[in-house]
Design a protein around this ligand. Structure first.
Ligand SMILES: Cc1cc2nc3c(=O)[nH]c(=O)nc-3n(C[C@H](O)[C@H](O)[C@H](O)COP(=O)(O)OP(=O)(O)OC[C@H]3O[C@@H](n4cnc5c(N)ncnc54)[C@H](O)[C@@H]3O)c2cc1C
Length: 337
């Protein structure tokens, strides 16, 4: 089949790669220069975890993990680092309590650590007496920037054709057998009634070294990564302001306050020095599920969002390639446009 893919974020690139490897002729249309910083897939890292507190997402990650390993083997690049994830907060908080119960019921390896032991997993961390950290070792981060590059390289090596152009799915559906729209926050241009919120999140890189696990603060939903040459990436997960992805956008002052407070209160960094501050488009649904569906007979769309999109990129690419060849859309994700 001759397939057009709209969007060259992690979802579009992974889909193009999966399709071309199955022998399809693939054309990718991207409105901005490749690897730009206007969408959802840029930046150094994304959290990956093998186990969620939900059997559904854990099942998908069980499929996705070996796909990352395959991509590493194919390209010789180390993409995933398992440094563990420390989720910390008040012992009595509902998310902490339900999280521990779910990890136990799913037999997911984890440790619940008090204020004395939690810093062994995450340098500088300060917890109060009533707080705990839940450490899951089978988690860490994927190098998002490298993952995009090597997925693109595999596409090029298999003769995917890239077009720097804004694609109109309805027109592309006439000149191709199928058009797959992986447009990130721009998806509502095609499906205006899709139940997604498009917000603008802020993140940056703290210059004081922080070592150990990736982390999420249950109280503020600030999150962060161990330091690398850019610094320790730190961001605010709570939905930022609603945004139009066509706007350039500026870092949010509220998000920066959450980030700086976390650095001060949790890591004792009295004068945070967050560099390379930027924004990222976050697309989320009320139930945190992805959305996939058909517009007409030959436009397939996917909104792979709610903070799961990157780690499941290769899985999503394979799934969309399968749908192209007649497999059904997973019922949990199906949206009737
Ligand atoms: C701050 C932040 C933190 C996150 N943390 C995590 C995390 O820890 N773990 C995780 O798994 N996920 C995380 N996510 C989510 C994840 O990054 C996204 O779900 C994923 O990157 C979405 O990829 P995408 O390809 O769908 O979108 P995008 O990367 O935005 O790609 C869509 C592309 O489509 C292009 N496009 C749109 N319309 C057109 C058109 N008409 N013609 C041509 N091109 C078009 C856009 O220019 C864009 O390049 C995070 C997201 C953000 C913003």
């Amino acid at each position: 089949m001759k397939v057009a893919v709209v969007g060259a974020g992690i979802v579009g690139l992974s889909t193009a790669k999966a399709l071309v490897k199955r022998g399809h002729e693939v054309h990718v249309f991207e409105q901005f220069p490749l690897f730009h910083d206007r969408g959802s897939s840029h930046g150094r890292t994304r959290i990956v975890r093998k186990a969620y507190t939900s059997a559904f997402w854990t099942g998908l990650m069980t499929e996705a993990y070996p796909m990352w390993a395959d991509l590493e083997a194919q390209t010789g690049q180390k993409l995933v680092t398992e440094c563990g994830l420390l989720y910390f907060g008040n012992r009595d908080s509902e998310r902490i309590q339900t999280g521990i119960a779910a990890l136990e019921s799913l037999s997911v390896p984890h440790e619940v650590l008090g204020p004395a032991k939690a810093p062994q997993k995450l340098s500088r961390l300060r917890l109060d007496g009533g707080e705990v950290g839940i450490f899951t070792p089978e988690a860490g981060y994927v190098r998002a920037d490298l993952a995009l590059r090597v997925t693109y390289d595999v596409c090029v090596a298999h003769c995917v054709q890239f077009h720097l152009s804004k694609g109109d799915p309805h027109e592309l559906a006439q000149s191709h057998d199928l058009c797959i729209v992986a447009a990130g926050g721009w998806i509502t241009n095609l499906v205006p009634d899709l139940d997604v919120r498009v917000t603008r999140q802020t993140f940056g890189y703290e210059q004081t070294p922080i070592e150990g696990a990736v982390w999420i603060d249950d109280t503020t939903l600030a999150y962060g990564f161990p330091s690398d040459d850019l610094g320790a990436k730190v961001g605010a997960h709570e939905n930022g302001p609603l945004t139009n992805p066509d706007d350039m956008g500026v870092p949010g002052t509220e998000d920066m306050e959450v980030i700086n407070s976390a650095l001060r209160d949790r890591f004792g960094i009295t004068k945070p020095d967050v560099q390379h501050v930027t924004t990222c488009i976050y697309t989320s649904t009320p139930d945190e599920m992805f959305r996939m569906g058909w517009v007409g007979d030959n436009i397939l769309f996917a909104s792979c969002c709610s903070g799961h999109g990157f780690k499941l990129g290769p899985w999503t690419g394979r799934t969309l390639a399968g749908i192209t060849e007649g497999q059904p859309i997973p019922s949990e994700f199906h949206f009737q446009a």
